[in-house]
Design a protein around this ligand. Structure first.
Ligand SMILES: Cc1cc2nc3c(=O)[nH]c(=O)nc-3n(C[C@H](O)[C@H](O)[C@H](O)COP(=O)(O)O)c2cc1C
Length: 428
């Protein structure tokens, strides 16, 4: 049987503590030259697409702007349109929220991007709904959490009516409990027909939404066992929507520490983790679980003696990851046990419990790890998140990609003009 082909995408390092802003080569995360550098590197390496995450309000903690992750994020469509002019084949994926926007506006923007780029647009439909972010849109709290996918589905249905409206000379009408729109869409059919649809939520509803509507799914599950379980779960949901396993491409986020030898890569990985989790960052991360001001605690000292505060307003605003702490007391108990067993300080514990690099090793080790995971159906490829902006992908492009190509699992040239072609998706 021929080997599965690997899909690769480049995540522009976002506003998060994965990025090592103190690195001597770290550049601006706002200037166009940074976006252009990463996109050109990804295109030189024949990646499927370039990916932008989205955060619609600066994060705050204890009422202050959370500036440890570097603040400020330029507008997605403007950046991707500019990148369309300096790349030729690379897909351009933007994360755009379905809670705070309107279908007509978003459909026009993606249709325009697909036209400008000659069929390279992708839309990562996210459903973050928090009232704090909503305040930017004068709609604080208007959408209960349980309605986020209901609105997302309707939003995408409405946008699809708009994308397909060329069949009726642009005329459209769409009405449900969320939207009531009609008129004439002002753009002809775009090269791909519609943007490629990505989905990134991890809940049961999120996975179902992906199975029903998405072309690719961005996940958090990159390891062998968790990856295989996730891959089987989402692919298993496709049949009831009349879809085949190859209609949904599974792409976990992945980080890497690459060096000449495996031993050097492990040293680098350790050093990068220490830079990502400074003493200050460790206290802030702990505050997110404890939901309390811990600024008087020493990052090199022990965990707080009291339990996390449950309920009430959360100390951290605008940060999706805090929602993962569904049972803070249970997590804190586990962390205490771990800290005691391994004699860890607060900072060491945060390093221990937060995500390590997905791939660590020499170029041949990393190429082998990627190939093995894809062949084992733990993933169909990866969205790589480099830890240095904008040069963090350069070595990977120069040293790992040629080895994947030698293994016969990664393209040496683009075979078609559109992102659907790169992802192996049938044309619409
Ligand atoms: C790997 C990953 C990355 C994500 N990145 C973003 C992002 O940049 N912006 C955003 O608003 N939502 C992002 N989300 C998605 C939201 O978390 C999601 O749409 C929302 O929280 C509801 O989804 P859920 O409850 O199904 O997880 C991401 C999710 C995952 C799994």
């Amino acid at each position: 049987m021929p080997k599965k082909q690997v899909h690769l995408a480049a995540h522009f390092p976002g506003v998060n503590n994965t990025t090592v802003w103190s690195h001597p080569d770290a550049g601006s995360h706002i200037e166009f030259s940074s976006f252009a550098h990463l996109a050109r590197t990804a295109e030189r390496a024949k990646f499927d697409f370039f990916f932008l995450a989205e955060g619609l309000r600066l994060r705050e903690q204890a009422g202050k702007i959370y500036d440890l992750d570097v603040v400020g994020r330029p507008d997605t469509f403007t950046v991707l349109s500019a990148l369309a002019a300096v790349t030729e084949r690379l897909g351009l994926a933007g994360t755009i929220n379905s809670t705070f926007n309107e279908p007509y506006e978003v459909a026009r923007q993606f249709s325009t991007l697909d036209h400008l780029s000659g069929g390279r647009a992708a839309w990562n439909v996210v459903t973050s709904w928090d009232a704090f972010t909503g305040e930017n849109f004068r709609r604080g709290g208007f959408l209960p959490q349980e309605q986020r996918y209901e609105r997302a589905k309707r939003f995408l249905d409405a946008a699809t009516v708009l994308f397909d409206s060329w069949r009726d000379g642009g005329e459209f009408a769409y009405r449900d409990e969320h939207f009531d729109i009609s008129g004439r869409f002002d753009l002809p059919r775009s090269p791909q027909g519609r943007p490629v649809i990505l989905q990134a939520g991890d809940s049961d509803e999120g996975r179902e939404f992906a199975a029903a509507k998405a072309d690719a799914i961005f996940s958090r599950h990159a390891g062998l066992e968790e990856g295989r379980a996730f891959h089987a779960d989402v692919k298993g949901r496709l049949a009831k929507y009349g879809r085949r396993p190859e209609d949904l491409v599974v792409l976990p986020a992945a980080t890497f520490a690459l060096a000449d030898t495996d031993a050097e890569a492990h040293e680098l990985a350790h050093e990068v983790r220490r830079q990502q989790v400074s003493g200050q960052t460790a206290i802030k991360v702990l505050e997110q679980l404890w939901n309390a001001d811990l600024s008087d605690h020493d990052p090199d000292g022990p965990l707080p003696s009291f339990d996390p505060v449950v309920g009430g307003d959360h100390i951290a605003q605008g940060r999706a990851s805090v929602r993962m702490h569904r049972d803070p007391i249970a997590v804190a108990t586990k962390w205490r046990e771990l800290a005691e067993a391994k004699k860890l300080s607060i900072r060491e514990l945060v390093i221990e419990t937060s995500a390590k690099q997905t791939f660590i090793g020499s170029p041949s080790t990393i190429a082998g790890q990627i190939d093995d995971l894809v062949q084992a159906d733990a993933a169909d490829g990866f969205i790589l998140v480099p830890h240095v902006t904008p040069v963090g992908l350069d070595d990977f492009a120069d040293r790992v990609v040629p080895l994947l190509q030698e293994r016969g699992v990664f393209r040496t040239e683009y075979t078609g003009p559109t992102l659907r072609d790169h992802l192996g998706l049938a044309p619409l």
